[in-house]
Design a protein around this ligand. Structure first.
Ligand SMILES: NC(=O)c1ccc[n+]([C@@H]2O[C@H](COP(=O)([O-])OP(=O)(O)OC[C@H]3O[C@@H](n4cnc5c(N)ncnc54)[C@H](OP(=O)(O)O)[C@@H]3O)[C@@H](O)[C@H]2O)c1
Length: 281
């Protein structure tokens, strides 16, 4: 993965998965603070609509780059597009991600492959590809940083969501390592770990193993949705924590407690409790 030629000045905040949910809320927060943005996701029309609103409301430069980050060349293509447009990235928000619900055999391998490619491979590739520009930015007195969106799922195994929880453990571990490793270079790295949050996340097909949505399922979904945190509120906590330079940011008292509780219990108890919490029947 390479960035060819001279690096443009690091001016923009790049947010993956900016077309909905937490990414969209983070885009609003950065724009409200006067930051120029690059918004990335698959849905071009949603990105264009959001870009229009942010330009109008906050008078900031907003570019969009539609991309499916599960594609093998996606990261290199994105780096090339930034280079061609002479856009330097000061802050990288690795937010795009999705999960699945059900026993491992309920979904095809291709779904898990795409989840790993998005939640882990693209996040790592963009971090590696954009880091030299960020270090150069810090050397010139700028304030570069990376926010990786992990989850409270990162803190324990998740029976029925095993691959997703494991990808988020990777994100947390990788981010904590970089937080220490890049301190001297002047690049802030935060792992943002929301708990259950009201977004499109739980509405994805991959979250319904049988492919059938029963009345019972919908009622349970609505009950759970009502208990989930508001996306704007969660993003705002993540944003403030990132600005402070916190290594790990967990929004909500209950989420902070649950994330830490596992450290004081035997692993066998933790995984059994997680299974019980994730089971719906
Ligand atoms: N909601 C929660 O309870 C929760 C809790 C903890 C952590 N998280 C994490 O928070 C992050 C954001 O999730 P969310 O809850 O905001 O979900 P969301 O509302 O479903 O948003 C996901 C975003 O990722 C984008 N995306 C999905 N697949 C993509 C792909 N292949 N290439 C590029 N972009 C893609 C989506 O846009 P397009 O469809 O337009 O591509 C969308 O903008 C994820 O990493 C998730 O794991 C969520």
């Amino acid at each position: 993965m390479t960035l060819l030629g001279e690096q443009p000045a690091a001016t923009h905040v790049l947010i993956t998965g900016a077309s909905a949910g937490l990414g969209l809320e983070l885009a609003r927060l950065f724009a409200a603070d006067g930051c120029a943005l690059v918004l990335v996701a698959r849905n071009e029309s949603k990105l264009a609509a959001l870009a229009g609103i942010l330009r109008k409301d906050f008078e900031v430069d907003v570019r969009i780059i539609p991309a499916d980050l599960t594609r093998p060349d996606a990261v290199q293509d994105l780096l090339n597009a930034l280079q061609e447009a002479s856009i330097g990235i000061r802050v990288l928000i690795n937010n795009a991600g999705f999960g699945s619900y059900g026993r491992i055999q309920d979904h095809e391998w291709d779904l898990y492959r795409r989840m790993i490619d998005l939640n882990i491979t693209a996040l790592t590739g963009l971090t590696r590809g954009l880091l030299p520009g960020m270090i150069a930015c810090a050397n010139k007195g700028g304030t570069p940083g990376i926010m990786n969106v992990a989850s409270t799922a990162a803190f324990q195994p998740g029976p029925l969501m095993g691959v997703y929880f494991a990808t988020k453990s990777y994100v947390l571990s990788f981010s904590e390592a970089l937080h220490e490793e890049l301190k001297d270079a002047g690049v802030t790295v935060s792992a943002f770990c929301p708990g259950p949050t009201r977004t499109e996340f739980f509405r994805q097909d991959s979250m319904i193993p049988s492919g059938e949505i029963s009345e019972e399922h919908l009622a349970e979904h609505r009950r759970r949705d009502a208990r989930r945190m508001d996306a704007g509120a969660a993003a705002s906590v993540g944003y403030q924590g990132f600005l402070r330079g916190d290594a790990i940011v967990i929004p909500g008292l209950k989420n902070r407690f649950l994330a830490q509780a596992g450290r004081f219990l035997p692993r066998a108890v933790v995984r059994k409790l997680a299974f019980r919490m994730l089971k719906t029947d």
